[in-house]
Design a protein around this ligand. Structure first.
Ligand code: 5AD
Ligand code: FES
Length: 358
């Protein structure tokens, strides 16, 4: 076979990214935009190698409990925003949340992710009480909170109650872009402050952005990568933007599976030991999206543990998958999907491990 006498530049940039865990802004943009045949697979292969070096073939499962879809915010992209009067609202009680954990523990989960809208009904005291009840019952499990922006002293209370991790996507690292996605009452600076506070308190912190959100440019994505590189989160949640019919972005195009998996690979190379989920949104835009995510360097999945009667109500975007499945069925399905691409789901807390990568 004839060797190409000169290797195309983006392939060299992928090598450079792997070796140096860094690129210039222009180089990041070329890696994001490159449409040479075989380039995505080349990046994914490198990402898999790095991921396997640190985490082997293990895929960590997180039991996701969507405990309230009531939200005081009005993010323009989100199906459960305050002004969507068509959303059927619900809240789970402390007892209901605990029984989700009971079921989840039996199924092998050792991390519970409590996710919800910004719902003032759950005061700091109530959240702290829920966290400490879960930790008392399951001291071998990690508790992750994903309940949006609060003040530092609230975050401290949850941490003192036993919460281990916190997910708060930054959504976009560009302030102007942030303001195009959110009403004026939400502030980019406050969100960034929350992320810094969480880190300072000692949480394992997750941030992340939607891929292909309205008005997003390549420059914005480069800024997101730069932010991830500087902030060094333990977890990064990314998924494609998917329009929701009851929002002002209803007619906008969804993000693509190609760009999302490319970003997963880039993020794996940038932050080699990061915990990186193949998200439900990725599985929603492509029937094999999560498998493609795992093959691109992701190492976490988050099956839904919410009670079946509320699942169809936690709809941030249209056509969300897994809303009609029992938790047990969802896990079987997920384990099979992961095995089909040569990886294995493990029963473990799956904490972030710093492997001393500089
Ligand atoms: N499409 C994709 N992701 C969305 N999110 C919210 N709305 C959408 C949407 N329409 C993401 C946001 C949020 C996370 C919980 O879900 O990034 O932080
Ligand atoms: Fe939920 Fe397949 S992962 S049904």
């Amino acid at each position: 076979m004839q060797e190409p006498f000169e290797r195309a530049l983006p392939f060299e940039l992928a090598d450079k990214l792997e070796a140096e865990k860094n690129l210039t802004d222009e180089e990041f943009a070329s890696v994001l935009l490159c449409d040479y045949p075989g380039f995505s697979e080349y990046l994914a292969e490198k990402a898999r190698t790095v991921r396997e070096k640190y985490y082997g073939k293990a895929v960590y499962m997180r039991g996701l409990i969507e405990f309230t879809n009531i939200c005081k915010n009005n993010c323009y992209y989100c199906g459960i925003r305050r002004d969507n009067s068509n959303a059927e609202r619900y809240r789970l009680s402390e007892e209901q949340i605990l029984s989700c954990c009971d079921a989840g523990y039996e199924l092998g989960f050792r991390t519970f992710v409590l996710q919800g809208g910004e719902d003032p009904y759950y005061t700091d005291e109530l959240i702290a009480s829920i966290v400490s009840s879960i930790k008392a019952r399951y001291p071998d499990c990690a508790v992750t909170l994903s309940i949006g922006e609060r003040e530092k002293d609230s975050y401290q209370k949850f941490f003192d109650a036993g919460a281990d991790r916190y997910l708060l996507r930054h959504e976009t690292a560009d302030k102007c872009h942030y303001e195009m996605l959110h009403p004026a009452e939400l502030s980019f600076d406050h969100r960034m402050q929350c992320l810094r506070d969480l880190k300072e308190i000692g949480y394992q912190v997750g941030c992340g952005m939607m891929v292909g959100s309205p008005y997003q440019t390549t420059e914005h994505l480069v800024k997101d990568l730069r932010f991830l590189q500087e902030f060094k989160p333990e977890m990064v949640g990314i998924g494609p933007f998917i329009p929701h019919h009851d929002t002002q972005f209803a007619e906008c195009e969804a993000g693509t599976v190609e760009m999302t998996v490319r970003l997963l690979s880039i993020i794996r190379l940038l932050l080699p030991d990061v915990l990186l989920p193949a998200t439900t949104a990725l599985g929603t835009i492509d029937p094999r999206g999560r498998e493609k995510g795992i093959l691109a360097g992701a190492n976490v999945v988050m099956p839904n543990l919410s009670p079946s009667d509320v699942r169809g109500k936690y709809l941030l975007y249209d056509n969300k998958i897994c809303t009609g499945d029992e938790a047990a069925e969802c896990i079987r399905c997920m384990a099979m999907r992961i095995a089909s691409v040569g990886y294995e789901t493990v029963i473990a807390r799956g904490d972030h491990v710093s492997f001393g990568t500089e």
